[in-house]
Design a protein around this ligand. Structure first.
Ligand code: KG4
Ligand code: ZN
Length: 350
């Protein structure tokens, strides 16, 4: 079985092929950073238009790299939500139509399930049940994962997602877009103890998170500090990054303790963060899994893998092309092991 994966939920256009016996056999990614950089954030319409331009050449590239033709594909998975409506529609229309033309099944994949399953593409696979910390530009969630498709959200952010907080603080420091990796790079030469910043909601019970107070504290710090030379900026970046890592670590240790679960996966764009990876590995009383660094941010491989599982179980999308820009992860649990964007067809496993 060879499943094509297509990711177009935001500003990265990712295409990959997952083979049931060989794993990921080819992957390609087209970043839109240069397109959105002048605007300081993602411009949805520009994102959709660029996905339209990039999908066919990326598909050709992965087929060439894998030494395959379209006829070798046995299924197509595309991100159906959550994400930008137009961008999602481009990938869904491309994937669903190609599947129709090739007469093979297709499946709409939940973007966060894609992230959540990315650590399974590493050699050492997580064991169920485990906890997942999902940290991306749009989500910050602590999830109990009983099996693929069986997700219970234990904690969620009340305001900004953690990636969003990174992006906003990067803007305050004039680091441009995208912000997370820029903060991370700058923080290497900074002193994480230079400034005292809050660890929001850690002194309260429960597993919910909030990052707007921390963001405001950094904004006030930037306003009150002058001049901000390179070293001061690095110190602010490091202190902010440490506050985020401490906050997440405190909440996740609480979740591990309360659920008595001993395995954790961390996924989503922010899981690429070096400080977070290092300190979670060293300081948490659990076996911690991360995706390979290039599979932390959006990519086609995670969608190919998640879709492969759904297709293997016999689930396929009907011919209608549907996307869900808003899509709660827990709705995947209504049938064990099923992902669907609306009407779901269960056919014989392929
Ligand atoms: O998962 P992702 O690629 O897209 C979404 O699903 O949102 O995550 C993107 C987010 C952005 O907010 C970006 O700033 C953040 O992940 N990010 C990082 C790092 N690399 C990406 N945040 C902190 N440190 C990084 N190294
Ligand atoms: Zn993502």
């Amino acid at each position: 079985m060879s499943t094509l994966g297509i990711e177009t939920s935001c500003d990265d256009c990712g295409v990959a092929i997952y083979d049931a016996t060989r794993g990921i056999v080819a992957e390609a990614l087209a970043s839109q950073t240069e397109i959105h950089q002048p605007f300081g954030g993602v411009v949805p319409e520009l994102a959709s238009r660029d996905h339209i331009r990039k999908l066919a050449p990326l598909l050709q590239r992965v087929l060439d790299d894998a030494d395959m033709t379209l006829e070798h594909l046995t299924g197509i998975a595309y991100t159906a939500g959550p994400g930008l409506p137009g961008a999602l529609m481009v990938g869904a229309a491309f994937g669903r139509s190609l599947a129709q033309a090739l007469d093979i099944p297709s499946i709409g994949v939940h973007h966060m399930e894609g992230h959540l399953l990315a650590p399974f593409l590493s050699d050492e696979r997580p064991q169920f049940p485990f906890l997942a910390l999902l940290v991306s530009g749009g989500h910050t969630q602590i999830v109990r994962v009983q099996a693929i498709g069986d997700y219970k959200i234990l904690g969620d952010t009340l305001d900004d997602a953690v990636g969003e907080a990174f992006d906003k603080v990067a803007r305050m420091l004039g680091l441009g877009f995208p912000g997370g990796s820029a903060i991370s790079k700058l923080a290497i030469s900074g002193n994480a103890k230079a400034f005292k910043l809050p660890r929001p909601m850690t002194d309260r019970p429960g597993l919910d998170l909030s990052f707007s107070g921390l963001k405001t504290a950094v904004r006030n710090l930037v306003a009150d500090t002058s001049p901000i030379n390179d070293q001061t900026a690095a110190d602010i970046a490091a202190s902010f990054e440490q506050a985020i890592v401490d906050t997440l670590r405190i909440k996740v240790s609480r979740a591990l303790r309360e659920t008595r679960i001993q395995e954790l996966i961390v996924a989503g764009g922010v899981s690429a963060n070096h400080r977070l990876r290092q300190q979670f590995q060293l300081q948490l009383d659990a076996k911690v899994h991360f995706p390979a660094p290039h599979l932390c941010t959006d990519n086609g491989a995670m969608i190919a893998f998640a879709g492969h599982h759904r297709l293997q179980q016999g689930f396929t999308e009907p011919l209608a092309i549907t996307t869900r820009p808003r899509w709660p992860l827990e709705e995947l649990a209504d049938q064990s092991g099923s992902a669907h964007t609306g009407v779901l067809h269960r056919s014989q496993p392929h």
